[in-house]
Design a protein around this ligand. Sequence first.
Ligand SMILES: [Zn+2]
Length: 440
Amino acid sequence: MKRLIFLVVLVLASVVWIPSAEAQEAVRVLDQSVESVFRDHVTFRIKLESDSVIKEVRLLYRVTGLPATSRGDAQFEPGKTVEATFTIDQRRDYLPPGSEISYWWRVTTEAGDTLKTEPQTYLYMDDRHEWQMLSNERLALYWYRGDQDFGQALFQQANRTLDQIEDEAGVRVEKPVKIFIYGSHRDLMDAVEVGAHEWTGGQAFTEHGVVVINVSPNDLDFGLIAVPHELTHIVIHRATDNPYSDIPRWLDEGLSVYMSGELDSPFRGYRELVRLYARQNRLMTLQTLSSSFPADPEQANQAYAQSGLVVEFIIQHYGKETMAKLLNIFSQGSLYDDALREALGVDMWELDNAWRESIGAPPLKRPGAGEQAPETEQAIITAPTLSLTPPLTEEAMPSGGTPPPSETAGKTNIPCLSIGLVGVIVTALFVMLVHSPLNS
Ligand SMILES: [Zn+2]
């Protein structure tokens, strides 16, 4: 024990010794810290001393996953000993919980000496809740309502999803994803951006690698498909992200629907729904499903159902390797038809008809050349974040051809009908089945 104490003293002595060596530097860091209040501010603080008057203190910082480095002039009284602060106003510049901010200081004195501190990383958390966490090298799941079994069930499901994405789409998680489970809708609304829709059930921040989602402990079945759905969006977006083009919406949503098990979830009734639409000859075309999904809840639900089934068809009919190849081609940036031809050997119209044939639906006529033109424009959409559970509204759906500037990337929402309308949808399906003359 004495020996241990002696060792500790030795270590401490060596730690204390280092600053005295640094004391010869023209600018010395006496202390630095970061303090934050979620959704309000992050304040960086540094205490410095110098032989000459310190005239400039700047903070440089970058949010992990975002391309741009920001800089800001700190507030302080010039002198030989200063305490400087720089605050990011979180009421204006929203960051999701779990964002990592790497930062360093640059200091200049009147004598022309400069100091650049070693970069450090600050983990910005929603500190209003006492989070429990389960993590491994691929993901971290945080929750505060519900017991250990609840968190464990969601964590296992998320891991199962990552295994399946790797197995069936050839995409591995390179950077860990953080999932925050909010225990109530009110808590979720208090955690997402001001102006988020009241119906929001969650948001996926692709570039930050963060999912925030509302799953109450008595709604675990919902969580077991909602978490995989949003997680799939993050993993697929990261794998296919490129400056030139996005993937078709049916592929994006279809992968999430397929990987989350929604095709066979009693929540959904997707297979029955598509059988019904096929019999009524009311299927949507893949071309239509390549851009924004319909705002009407019933049509949106059909769009998700068809997309999931087409993804399942590609994996089962063309093979897992083909899906992996398709995503790889999209990651380089490609027009939709070009990518499909290269990976599957068919264009979108031919794929559509192959799928229709597989479910016994009548074939589509090949559209005229003029009707195919919109594809090029629709291919160029930047979709950095996703949001769950709409009654979708057009104004919330950035479907235009202009990617947002990099400073705002990661803050745009693309609504994603996930599970919030389950009641509405199941009811609608029931009504349709009951009233369908073909349903005998
Ligand atoms: Zn989605």
